[in-house]
Design a protein. Structure first.
Length: 279
């Protein structure tokens, strides 16, 4: 801010003119989920919903990506390495409606499976599938925000579907539970079309859940030891291979796919309201 001088009170001698006095009120302001930095005032930074650094003068003096990410500090300065976010995102929801859907799902669908198979087995399927689903979402939609346990939820439905197919002949009316599972799949995939919820996470979670069901429930599915060993080995190999492929693609082959967003959110105007440039 530069103060304007009152030249009417000063004589015509130019040598008596005082120097212009300017005060620099611009400070680094970190905005957006990508860690962008700009020099601006405190009020403008607050309007942008950014993080203001009053003690710094240049953007090179602050670590915006660390300020935006928060939580634990990076192991390497200015290198984002918060891998644990693939796991913590499972417990974050996009509003009360999304949270209510999760509560209803866990009480009506997930709770009977825990009573049947035990909480440890269900927890392994739920957490691992959610982790892989979040990884797939970050790979295909790098600049989008994704939250929720969609991958874990569809993994639970994959377990039900797998057990239904294996015991199809022993059921009198197998089409009734099959129809219920399909309706649940349709509803969750419809929710995945909304902003902040991703269908890539749900689809990959469904695939991993189907494989993990063969691994953690082998005694229920097959009776012969040889066949059981083959199925468990094949499922474990596919799960590990898929996880390695996603990790390698995420860290070594970054790419942007504009058309990939249509699968997760075909409504461009609605998804545009996510505003990734703001915190």
């Amino acid at each position: 801010i530069c103060l304007e001088q009152d030249y009417n009170r000063i004589s015509n001698n130019i040598s008596l003119y005082p120097h212009m006095q300017c005060t620099n009120i611009a400070r680094p302001c970190c905005t957006g989920v990508l860690g962008d930095c700009l020099l601006t005032s405190r009020d403008d930074c607050r309007r942008r919903r950014g993080i203001f650094h009053p003690r710094a003068h240049l953007c090179s003096q602050v670590d915006c990506i660390q300020s935006v990410c928060g939580m634990l500090e990076f192991f390497v300065v200015r290198v984002p390495d918060q891998v644990y976010r693939f796991w913590t995102v499972i417990f974050i929801h996009a509003g009360l409606i999304h949270l209510l859907i999760t509560i209803i799902f866990q009480y009506t669908i997930m709770r009977p499976l825990e009573k049947l198979a035990g909480c440890i087995r269900v927890m392994i399927i739920y957490i691992v599938s959610g982790f892989v689903g979040s990884l797939a979402s970050a790979l295909f939609l790098r600049d989008s925000i994704q939250v929720g346990p969609g991958g874990g939820q569809l993994a639970i439905l994959a377990c039900y579907l797998s057990e239904l197919f294996l015991g199809w002949r022993s059921l009198k009316r197998p089409w009734i539970p099959f129809f219920k599972i399909i309706v649940c799949l349709f509803l969750l995939l419809t929710v995945g079309l909304l902003p902040l919820v991703d269908n890539y996470s749900q689809c990959f979670g469904f695939l991993i859940g189907f494989m993990l069901n063969m691994i953690v429930f082998p005694d229920v599915n097959f009776r012969k030891n040889v066949r059981r060993l083959v199925v468990v080995t094949a499922s474990l190999a596919i799960t590990i291979a898929l996880f390695i492929v996603l990790i390698v693609l995420f860290y070594t082959v970054p790419f942007k796919c504009k058309s990939c967003t249509l699968f997760s959110c075909p409504f461009g105007k609605i998804c545009g309201n996510e505003k990734p440039d703001l915190i």
